[in-house]
Design a protein around this ligand. Structure first.
Ligand code: NDP
Length: 479
């Protein structure tokens, strides 16, 4: 069985305790690698290495730091097939999606933040008496904690701005999907990232994750994950007044008006609902369709969902792989049961899917569409995080907005209409951090990214991420 190692002070290291646990390949439903069960002793080693590396990394010109991050991005690209295969085995996303999204965005994140940091400077102010300037300065040793759903994309999204801004990082990927973070760490020395600048610790959130959030020498935590974990981290960080960025769950609406381009809207709702088996925080899991086109849209949407090719994620033609873990598959199946108890009617899917051959024991669930549920039921209120979309009609724009906003979450929404004025009006009234018009998950990395309500605290993306990982010092002098 492959063994994953921690990366501390520029070296691959066993956990101090010598303890490991197993991680699974969800497409075959069996363990395939061992993960360090890191604890406080490993964290101390990483904090010591990071503190030692910090002054030189902080004082290096941003352009020099950028060179190392670009080199790391080049190395990811050079090894992209190996990364895509490893991510596919670890996470279950079909290999084509891993290559095109998870891994491609991994290197793109590094390049983007490397370049952004070069032009990230302070501001100047002047009155008739004083002139002032600000210095954005890195915080020191910061922690990044990322989830399993887009392992490489979110791992790099968290640590790249921190490093680019001059911090040293202790990064913890999810225990469920640690492989590509370990591979990336193995390239850091070759990229010219000095020892101790990037440290990767593997292990369980409740152990090493909690140790990281409580450590007195770590002043900031950037977290992406579930809302419940976000609350725990927020409470822990509050004890020491740490800076916290929280990117949390979603229950996102897709709103289709009767003047929308039907084919494009169906395709958009399919992508929003079922990409990565519905395991993206931005997925559109509540589909609201205006009543005049409801039946036609529903028919086309269900027919299109049935065409999605489920199978071995290592095959290039597969579009829909397994759920990330057995526990998660059972959670999603539990929600499908609940939906039926709540009065929902399954239009397609609704069960575990058995793939013949190599993947016969894999944890697959077919794309599932459910009709007939009120917005207030648990199925429509709680984040399921699987290939499950509920569909319901609405009459008016006001009703659509009210239904969309009738949840505790507020991460993203997509609106489908050919009326630009209406699209802008709806965007202004939707309670979410992001609204897409006639598209879904189109990202410009400069734009602020984050949620409102229970979907998060703070904004990432572009300069916002660099602002999070720095403190601004004001310097003033009399004229
Ligand atoms: P979790 O909240 O379970 O875990 C996220 C990370 O936090 C993991 O690395 C986990 O470690 C770690 N962790 C768990 N408990 C603690 C703790 N007490 N202290 C510190 N760290 C801890 O989320 P999932 O991995 O299940 O990811 C799915 C969730 O992420 C969904 O809710 C999804 O919506 C959200 N998400 C949000 C995004 C956004 O940008 N808003 C983007 C992508 C996903 P371990 O895995 O070892 O338990």
């Amino acid at each position: 069985m492959q063994k994953i190692l921690n990366f501390i002070g520029g070296e691959m290291r066993e956990p101090v305790s010598g303890r490991y646990f197993e991680t699974d390949d969800p497409s075959v439903g069996a363990p395939y690698a061992l993960v360090p069960d890191s604890g406080a002793e490993d964290l101390e080693l990483a904090v010591t290495a990071a503190k030692k590396a910090f002054p030189a990394w902080r004082d290096m010109p941003a352009a020099e730091r950028a060179k190392a991050l670009h080199k790391l991005a080049d190395l990811i690209d050079r090894n992209k097939d190996a990364f895509a295969r490893a991510e596919c085995i670890d996470n279950g996303r079909p290999v084509a999606g891993c290559a095109a999204v998870n891994i491609a965005r991994g290197s793109a994140n590094l390049r983007f933040f490397a370049d952004e940091a070069v032009t990230f400077t302070g501001e100047k102010f002047k009155t008739d008496k004083i002139e002032s300037y600000t210095l954005p300065q890195p915080l020191g040793v910061v922690a990044t904690i990322s989830p399993w759903n887009l392992p490489m994309l979110l791992f790099t999204w968290k640590f790249a701005p921190a490093l680019a801004a001059g911090n040293c990082v202790i990064a913890k990927p999810s225990e469920v999907t640690p492989m590509t973070a370990c591979m990336l760490a193995g390239l850091a020395n070759e990229a010219g990232i000095p020892a101790g600048v990037l440290n990767v610790l593997h292990g369980k959130g409740a152990n090493i994750g909690a140790e990281m959030t409580a450590h007195p020498d770590i002043p900031a935590i950037s977290f992406t994950g579930g809302t419940a974990t976000g609350k725990t981290i927020y409470a822990s960080a509050a004890q020491q007044l740490k800076k916290v960025s929280l990117e949390l769950g979603g229950k996102n609406p897709t709103i289709v008006f009767d003047d929308a381009d039907l084919n494009k809207a169906v395709e958009g709702a399919i992508t929003a609902g079922f990409s990565n088996q519905g395991q993206i925080c931005l997925c559109g899991s509540r589909l609201l369709v205006q009543e005049a086109i409801y039946e036609d849209f529903k028919k086309a949407f269900v027919a299109r969902a049935k065409e999605i090719k489920i199978g071995d994620p290592l095959l290039a033609e597969t579009q829909h792989g397994p759920m990330v873990s057995k526990t998660h598959m059972e959670k999603v199946l539990g929600y499908i049961d609940l939906a039926q108890k709540e009065g929902g009617k399954i239009l397609t899917g609704g069960r575990r899917y058995i793939v013949d051959g190599r993947c016969k024991d894999g944890w697959f669930i077919a794309p599932t569409i459910i009709e007939g549920l009120p917005m207030t039921c648990r199925t429509n209120q709680e984040e399921i995080f699987g290939p499950v979309v509920t569909i319901m009609p609405f009459k008016t724009e006001e009703e659509a907005v009210a239904l969309a906003n009738n949840v505790e979450y507020g991460l993203a929404a997509s609106v489908w209409t050919q009326d630009r004025v209406k699209a802008d009006r709806v965007a202004a009234h939707i309670e979410s951090g992001i609204v897409w018009q006639n598209c879904w998950n189109m990202r410009d990395l400069h734009t602020p990214f984050g949620g409102v309500k229970k979907s998060g605290v703070g904004r990432e993306g572009g300069r916002r991420a660099l602002e999070f990982f720095t403190e601004e010092k004001t310097v003033s002098r009399c004229i």
